[in-house]
Design a binder for this molecule. Structure first.
Ligand code: KIV
Ligand code: ZN
Length: 381
């Protein structure tokens, strides 16, 4: 049996915080609708108190979406919680995501407070939020660097106060997979009532560990992943939705299911990159332009004999129509023949040898040999 992993997308909140990525309300609605269509369970649509524009976006998304839970971010403050509840009013399914720092560094150097006072504030915020919206997710900010015992005390207290989901963020991207997995395991072993709530993992990519840490979290019992499209987010970004979705699809041995229609991933990734003016790096897993492109002779030959030799994902599964065979100076005869045949030509071995020699000279001068170059090579034979 496959266990369902809740997909919480925060492209419109953690992702949109990135400088230059700001979106207008209609663009946010478009993305929210696409995420809902893809099957995302929870859409964090903004931080209503942060600006009137963000308030409006959350409100409009709340009016528009029918199935997904609409979530709004809040600090553990009355004015934030009131504002989030107000923006969420029209939503069919709504959640407030509120929280406070859990690490000693945040407690002392951000809140200038004490563990006791922060704990009190956390419990108060959950109880107050609960009077306005039933579904309250609590985030223990910087949980990745928090003292485990204190974190467990905080998690237990907010569960008792009525939180439905408890998020254990690695806010600074500090953790390594083993350590982050151990935090989740420790909580499951030491927090009373933890089986009544969903534990969420929210990881940042400062050390390139976001996806690995998220995976470690769910392998140790967490059942909600907080992700963004293309991995955008504060600083080095968040765990990317497409990586987690495809890990769960490829590794059936994990017995976990995202429930997403993964064929919608690539078109949405492209649209978000365009709207946010944030290009996807070419070698980005799953959605980069090179993710399904083969360029060295050995790989091209193996791929053309059977795609599974060099591809673990069928590109159609992420909405990419075909893999590409790129022609560079590292390409072999099999790739060149394949591209020439795709153009509708066929040559015997001797003819191909001649074309291949001329192709290599051209490829040494030009980084990439395109179809027009091939047509010229063929016609000048
Ligand atoms: O990284 C973080 O801790 C956050 C919280 C607001 C959940 O984004
Ligand atoms: Zn975050």
């Amino acid at each position: 049996m496959q266990e369902k992993i809740q997909i919480f997308d925060t492209t419109l909140r953690d992702g949109e915080q990135v400088p230059g990525c700001q979106l207008c309300t209609s663009e946010k609605i478009e993305i929210a609708l696409s995420l809902e269509e893809m099957g995302v369970d929870v859409i964090e649509s903004g931080f209503p108190i942060s600006s009137p524009g963000d308030f409006k976006s959350v409100q409009e998304i709340a009016k528009t979406l029918q199935r997904a839970t609409i979530c709004a971010l809040s600090r553990a403050k009355k004015e934030d919680i009131d504002c989030a509840a107000e923006a969420l009013k029209p939503a069919k399914n709504k959640r407030i995501h509120l929280g406070i720092g859990a690490s000693d560094v945040h407690i002392a150097k951000k809140f200038f407070s004490t563990r006791e006072k922060v704990l009190e504030q956390a419990v108060w915020a959950v109880e107050y939020g609960k009077t306005l919206v039933e579904d309250i997710e609590f985030y223990a900010e910087d949980a990745g660097r928090a003292d485990k015992q204190f974190l467990a005390t905080m998690v237990e207290a907010v569960i008792k106060a009525g939180a439905t989901v408890v998020n254990i963020p690695d806010t600074t991207g500090y953790c390594l997979p083993g350590g982050y997995g151990d935090i989740i395991k420790y909580l499951y072993e030491n927090v009373k009532g933890i089986d009544k709530v969903t534990i969420a993992v929210h990881c940042h990519n400062d050390l390139g560990m976001a996806t690995a840490n998220t995976l470690a979290g769910i392998m140790n019992g967490a059942r909600q992943v907080e992700v963004t499209m293309n991995g955008i987010g504060e600083r080095a970004g968040n765990t990317s939705l497409e990586e987690i979705a495809m890990i769960l699809k490829v590794h059936k041995d994990l017995h976990m299911d995202s429930g997403l229609d993964t064929t919608k991933i690539f078109p949405l990734s492209q649209r978000i990159a365009q709207l946010m003016n944030m290009p996807v790096q070419a070698n980005k897993a799953i959605v980069g332009s090179n993710a399904f492109a083969h360029s060295s002779g050995i790989h091209q030959d193996g791929f053309l004999k059977h795609p599974e030799n060099y591809e673990i994902i069928n590109p159609l599964d992420v909405g990419i129509p075909v893999s590409s065979i790129l022609l560079t100076a590292r390409s072999g005869r099999a790739a060149l023949r394949h591209r020439i045949e795709n153009l509708g030509f066929s040559f015997d071995k001797n003819q191909m040898d001649g074309i291949y020699d001329r192709f290599l000279c051209l490829a040494d001068q030009k980084r990439m040999v395109e179809d027009e170059d091939l047509l010229e090579l063929i016609s000048n034979r």
